[in-house]
Design a protein around this ligand. Structure first.
Ligand code: SF4
Ligand code: SF4
Length: 413
């Protein structure tokens, strides 16, 4: 029998499920694939099979569970309040314990390491490798790229997230505080904001500092641990969490820890204390949208084309949609803001380097994008770096002149 260290704790959740099937009406994977094992209910049944020793942990079972995109739509509609978020993490953690050779977890272990030197080196290494896999400054694979993709059995249309020449702490320009200091906050960058989209973090800091907000950016902060936890590596996720808690809790006189990515935000706000049990931040963790709205920061539009939004995990991160999207973005962009037309649907992203369940996710992103293309949207303002990458990947494959950007990128400084 497989060792079930984590499922032992969460096994009661499978008994709570009444098998009503309400979750099937919202689960994007089920809606696309139409088979029971692709639904929340189906995954719960698979997990129950493992707990009751009727099923073994096989690669097939592992793939079915990994195909969940963490959109948490099922949780919003579940009448029995099944804690599916923690149940699926527990299942992935036990899969990890019983299947340590899982290649992707090894790759993630270095990329999102709790030692910033290892993490920096791994990102630099990936940046170098990427140069061989793609033609110069494009997302078109080179001959070597095609070969490697084939050898690793990666989906041919998957685009490895680009990594700029300078990561956040290597960027030269830093903006000074303008005027009188109104507030003092610390910024949690996340890997997306540190490595993949440092210019977005820089832009955000510029907006805040020009508005009298002093922003501290601890240089030794590490990945929130979400990609590690999502792939079942609880031990490493814990060590990232402990490191970040120590760093941010040691900063004196800040009123908030600001976060620009929804996935990081959920991890910091909830999972550090809930699943990992390592404690809380002593200052409130605040999503950047809420902060900008509450501080009444003066904003102006950066783009002249039509803008829409895609806010991930808003119901799980206590983000008041009406406050920020329908109020702030709408008033800044007036007739060029066409509302949030995603209808709260998942864009198919899940995480930055996820290649599993690619075919289904690609179809989901394709149909997600259709609405925006029909409405002639120029920019989709996103709250998660993974969504930005996934949407841009599909737009680029379709040759569409539409760009996903970070939610604060749409404002002029
Ligand atoms: S909605 Fe909740 S109770 Fe119903 S089948 Fe899905 S997980 Fe189970
Ligand atoms: S989190 Fe999303 S993808 Fe996963 S089972 Fe729930 S609805 Fe489906």
């Amino acid at each position: 029998m497989a060792e079930l260290k984590y499922l032992k704790i969460y096994s009661a959740e499978t008994d709570i499920c009444t098998l009503c099937g309400t979750c099937r009406t919202v689960c994007p994977v089920f809606l696309e694939e139409g088979i029971e094992s692709s639904s929340t209910r189906g995954r719960i049944s698979l997990i129950n099979g493992v707990i009751t020793d009727k099923l073994n942990i096989t690669n097939d079972l592992s793939e079915k569970l990994q195909a969940c995109m963490n959109c948490r739509k099922c949780i919003e509609v579940c009448p029995a309040n099944v804690n599916f978020t923690d149940l699926i993490i527990a299942a992935k953690a036990d899969i990890h314990l019983n299947n340590k050779k899982y290649f992707k977890v090894v790759f993630l272990k270095y990329l999102f390491n709790s030692n910033p030197t290892i993490s920096n080196f791994s990102h630099k290494f990936l940046r170098t490798i990427r140069k061989f896999l793609y033609k110069k400054k494009t997302d078109v694979r080179s001959l070597i790229g095609k070969l490697i993709f084939k050898l690793l059995r990666l989906p041919s249309t998957f685009i490895i997230p680009a990594l700029p020449e300078r990561f956040f702490f290597g960027m030269k320009s830093r903006h000074e505080l303008v005027g009188e200091q109104k507030k003092r906050v610390a910024l949690f960058l996340g890997c997306g904001g540190k490595y993949n989209y440092p210019q977005s973090s820089d832009h955000l800091i510029n907006i805040l500092r020009k508005s009298g907000i002093e922003v501290l950016i601890p240089a030794n902060q590490v990945c929130c641990g979400s990609p590690l936890l999502d792939n079942g590596n609880v031990k490493l996720a814990k060590s990232n969490a402990l490191k970040n808690l120590k760093i941010f809790n040691n900063i004196q006189d800040i009123s908030a820890v600001l976060v620009q990515c929804s996935s990081c935000s959920y991890m910091l706000k909830h999972q550090y204390n809930n699943f990992l049990g390592v404690g809380k931040f002593k200052t409130p963790v605040v999503d950047i949208m809420e902060f900008i709205k509450n501080e009444d920061i003066d904003l102006s539009p950066r783009y002249t084309s039509k803008v829409s939004c895609h806010v991930m995990l808003r119901n799980h991160n206590d983000i008041n949609k009406d406050n920020f999207i329908n109020d702030t973005v709408s008033s800044v962009y007036s007739e060029n803001f066409i509302g949030d037309i995603s209808d709260d649907k998942c864009c198919g992203a899940s995480e930055l380097y996820k290649t599993g369940n690619y075919a289904t996710r690609k179809i989901i992103t394709h149909s997600f994008l259709e609405k925006y293309i029909k409405k002639d949207v120029g920019y989709i303002a996103c709250t998660s770096f993974a969504c930005i990458h996934k949407i841009n990947e599909e737009a680029s494959l379709q040759n569409k002149d539409l760009k996903a950007v970070s939610i604060t990128d749409i404002f002029e400084v």
